[in-house]
Design a binder for this molecule. Structure first.
Ligand SMILES: NC(=O)c1ccc[n+]([C@@H]2O[C@H](COP(=O)([O-])OP(=O)(O)OC[C@H]3O[C@@H](n4cnc5c(N)ncnc54)[C@H](OP(=O)(O)O)[C@@H]3O)[C@@H](O)[C@H]2O)c1
Length: 284
């Protein structure tokens, strides 16, 4: 029986492999997969098996999965394509006899107005109706999503957004990866859906002051209306769909859709989530 992890050329997939190793899985017990296996040489060098897996190619899944394997399906990054891609993987893995699929979803995916929820909702529904044992990890925001704010704040002395008083219960990718590894190793989580997020929901005033402390100079949070935000981004040359997406996500934050703190992540890993300042420190 092996643990097969998808998208291991990506940040999260790679960290999931590392977390499985840290939790005592032998390198030979893991199959790290990606579209381009040449990028996985540092994993194969330490004995992790590697294989090509493309969500667009169901045959690449059936070629790898053996009966009884547990599959970590990391959600894809190609917006608009993901329901078909994830369905391809789930169907092929089922045919090959996978024993359980762990999937990375989004907060309250089946009921949320979060802009990114619909593809996760459809994938969750497909997975549940497939009849394959599953564990759904509804990942909240990564702290690393704000890494770019550090250099912007250094230049301008401010964080600019249209989130109002909204809060974000972010955690580091390494936290979500360790939770994924814990879920892969625990068959008793079959049939469960977990809401993963950071232990504390922070405000954008706190984000600004945290970054200010990290860079050693004052940083203010400038809160715009959605219309002002859209105008500013349009002025930077962003196209209309991108502007709508960025402003829409800030509205989701203002509405509290990324601020829930269930405690599921810390319970799953057995340790507190990484504080905001610690998660942002590598970006300084
Ligand atoms: N919770 C959050 O804050 C947050 C933020 C951003 C994204 N996400 C979601 O979480 C996922 C993992 O995050 P991340 O930071 O690791 O993203 P990432 O670094 O951008 O990695 C995305 C991974 O998806 C792979 N991928 C894309 N299309 C694929 C396909 N057709 N077949 C196989 N692999 C494919 C990419 O492979 P290649 O190297 O071949 O391109 C890459 O390995 C993302 O894909 C996205 O669904 C969550």
């Amino acid at each position: 029986m092996s643990y097969i992890v998808t998208a291991t050329t990506g940040h999260l997939g790679r960290l999931i492999v590392e977390a499985l190793l840290a939790r005592g899985v032998t390198p030979a017990g893991i199959v790290a997969t990606a579209r381009n296996t040449e990028k996985l040489s540092t994993l194969s060098d330490i004995g992790v098996r590697t294989a090509a897996l493309d969500y667009e190619k169901p045959e690449s899944v059936t070629a790898i999965v053996e009966p009884g394997d547990v599959l970590m399906l990391v959600s894809g990054s190609e917006l608009g394509q993901r329901v078909q891609q994830h369905s391809n993987v789930i169907t092929a893995a089922k045919e090959a006899g996978v024993s359980r699929i762990v999937y990375t979803s989004a907060p309250n995916a089946t009921t949320s107005d979060l802009l990114l929820a619909p593809e996760h909702k459809a994938t969750e529904e497909f997975l549940v109706s497939s009849g394959v044992p599953f564990t759904i990890l509804r990942n909240g925001w990564y702290t690393e999503n704000y890494a770019g704010e550090v250099s912007k704040a250094r230049q301008s002395g401010e964080i600019v957004a249209s989130v109002g008083h909204g809060r974000v219960a972010s955690a580091s990718r390494a936290d979500y990866a360790d939770a994924a590894a814990a879920a892969l190793l625990d068959d008793s989580l079959s049939g469960q859906t977990l809401e993963l997020s950071g232990d504390r929901a922070w405000s954008f005033d706190e984000l600004a002051s945290t970054i200010g402390t990290l860079i050693g100079s004052e940083v203010a949070f400038r809160n715009l209306t959605p219309a002002e935000h859209a105008e500013m981004l349009t002025g930077f040359g962003l196209d209309e769909p991108t502007v709508a997406f960025v402003v829409g996500l800030d509205s989701n934050i203002r509405d509290g859709l990324l601020g829930e703190t269930s405690g599921d992540l810390a319970r799953l890993t057995g340790k507190p989530t990484t504080p905001l300042a610690v998660g942002l420190a590598p970006s300084v």
